[in-house]
Design a protein. Structure first.
Length: 584
């Protein structure tokens, strides 16, 4: 039965990829007749997110939304068939071993995606956010019911669009794996191009370094649930790779300028996508978007074409980000909740004290899980944080070592005045290092900063590899690639691989729904009935409205329906500020 479930997931991914590529092909076909299918896949996701965000303002994310997107994909593929068919034929050129390796990884992802959902945040608020998206259009003041529902990640809209028809109540198996598969579509071919010696591109080295986190996600990361970290980080990785390719000296020559333009447009869309998937990527994504825009502006192209490209990138980015900001204003009264900044004076606005508590809780948990708020203030938490993360190979140890080694290579190159094709790519250090600083000061859980950390490692590591091996024979580059493969294997914690990845699948005998939880009904001061978990703080698939933390001042804005949202005047019954911090 596990094989049947995995095959169903694979088939659904194939259909989704076809829809995304159809939509993306139509968009990219207006820019240039030739484009990569992976670029079309990612730009298609960005456009779908923009459609869902706008659609959700007027209707729930229902079967109509899914059908509309599928029709767009079919029409896009039909209109773009003349440019799409040659690109499909090029798949044969990637090589047998590349195709075989990619297929094996996607099958592994599908098998792991068939497993049970144990993702903490899915139970805490992710499943509830998806149910709200399916049931109602954007609900004013939803964050008053449960603060985490105000995070308004667009990942939830994507899962809601998949949660239709035969996948009703099962879409938590689909989205994370699909996004990882899209990233592997960049990473795996780049690695094998270098291995075969058909490429010496610094951009391919950058992608090959990102093989390490991509493989970790494939083999060990939780992929079943409503996780937002993985999709946001994957979008950042893809955007950074395209920006690196657009910046790289050897690939921005005049004979490749059209491809550079196209890649920069896609990179800008992906950085916008990362921001609406996860607010913690806003610094690295925002600065990366800015560098891509400046590079696009500076390219010497015909003025009419340049204006068209800039207009297309600005319109698409705005279509992704502006509805997301508007959704935040509706759901919490703030555009960047839980930060109580730039709020609007509406009756559903979350009290600033509640927003500040959410921010403090996240920061405290990221510094020291299960600690008291008083223990995570100032700098007292740093020692505990270092001890707790000292053996985090994939999250911290390996990217730091790669970044340090690459940084030393930069110093040597400056001393010796040796120029390499990777110099231009160092512009990526501006968003990545700024993102690392923002991450460490705000919420230093490694999963929140993975995009900035690994883009830094990829940028500096690429410089180091190119500096050392650009003039060497192929066998030396292959030794470096085998070293990357060995590091990747070490990051997978081989001793625990079976226990974490394979053993949970032994109990899969069918399609697994979300866990059920026993809830009890409670009344607020206004008489509103709210469901609260009988034990713990996870609602999972409980009926609406459910919250782990009852707010006694919670009330409906209009007595006749939850559609018109909630308002409150005080804090919910959160744990004592001197007690454990909930959630992750």
């Amino acid at each position: 039965m596990l094989a049947v479930v995995a095959a169903s997931i694979l088939l659904t991914w194939l259909v989704c990829a076809a829809v995304f590529i159809g939509i993306g092909s139509f968009f990219l076909g207006q820019i240039r007749k030739e484009y990569a299918l992976t670029d079309a896949f990612w730009i298609g996701i960005a456009i779908v997110v923009a459609i869902l965000e706008i659609y959700h303002f007027v209707r729930p994310v229902d079967l109509g939304a899914t059908t509309l997107i599928a029709c767009f994909g079919f029409v896009g593929a039909l209109v773009s068939r003349r440019s799409l068919l040659p690109e499909l034929k090029k798949i044969r050129s990637i090589g047998l071993w590349t195709a075989l390796c990619y297929t094996m990884l996607i099958v592994l992802l599908a098998l792991r995606s068939a497993g049970p959902c144990e993702h903490y945040d899915t139970g805490l608020y992710g499943a509830a956010a998806i149910r709200w998206a399916i049931t109602y259009p954007v609900v004013p003041g939803l964050a008053n019911l449960h603060g985490r529902l105000g995070y308004h990640s667009s990942v939830f809209l994507c899962i809601a669009a998949l949660d239709q028809g035969v996948w009703r109540n099962l879409a938590h198996h689909l989205f994370a794996g699909l996004i990882i598969a899209g990233l592997l579509g960049y990473v795996v071919p780049a690695y094998f191009r270098l291995l075969r010696g058909t490429s010496t591109s610094s951009a391919d080295w950058f992608l090959s370094i990102l093989l390490i986190p991509a493989m970790f996600w494939t083999a060990e990361e939780q992929v079943v649930g409503s996780m937002t970290d993985v999709p946001a980080t994957a979008a950042c990785f893809a955007g950074a790779a395209l920006l690196f390719r657009g910046l790289s000296k050897e690939l921005s020559a005049r004979n490749d300028s059209s491809n550079s333009d196209q890649r920069l447009v896609v990179a800008m869309a992906l950085f916008a996508l990362a921001a609406v998937f996860k607010l913690s990527t806003v610094v690295v994504a925002g600065l990366g978007w800015s560098i891509a825009f400046l590079q696009l502006w500076s390219l010497t192209r015909k003025s009419g074409k340049r204006i068209q490209l800039i207009a297309a990138s600005l319109v698409l980015s705005a279509a992704i980000v502006l509805p997301w900001i508007a959704c935040g204003l509706v759901q919490s009264g703030y555009p960047f909740y839980p930060k109580p900044l730039l709020g609007i004076p509406v009756d559903w606005q979350v009290p600033s004290a509640a927003a500040n508590w959410e921010t403090a809780a996240i920061r405290s948990w990221a510094r020291m899980p299960h600690a008291r708020l008083s223990e995570t203030q100032g700098f007292r938490w740093i020692g505990s944080w270092v001890r707790g993360n000292s053996r985090n190979r994939e999250g911290l140890e390996v990217p730091i070592l790669i970044a340090v080694a690459g940084g030393l290579a930069c110093i040597f190159a400056l001393v010796r005045r040796k120029r390499t094709g990777a110099w231009q790519g160092l512009w990526l250090l501006i968003p990545s290092l700024a993102g690392c600083l923002f991450w460490f000061l705000q919420a230093p859980d490694p999963r929140f900063g993975k995009a900035a950390i690994w883009i830094t490692a990829g940028t500096l590591g690429t410089f180091g590899v190119v500096y050392l091996f650009q003039d060497k024979e192929l066998k030396w580059r292959r030794i470096a690639l085998l070293g990357l493969a060995a590091i990747t294997a070490w990051c997978l914690y081989p001793r625990t691989l079976w226990r974490l990845s394979a053993r949970p699948l032994l109990g899969v005998h069918g399609f697994l729904r979300l866990p059920m939880v026993k809830v009890v009904s409670r009344q607020t001061l206004s008489g509103l009935v709210v469901y609260v978990p009988a034990e713990g703080d996870k609602c999972w698939d409980a009926p609406l409205p459910c919250t782990p933390y009852l707010n006694k001042t919670l009330r409906l804005r209009r007595a006749e329906s939850m559609r018109w949202g909630f308002a409150s005047e005080g804090l919910p019954d959160v744990p004592d500020v001197a007690g454990p911090i909930p959630g992750k």
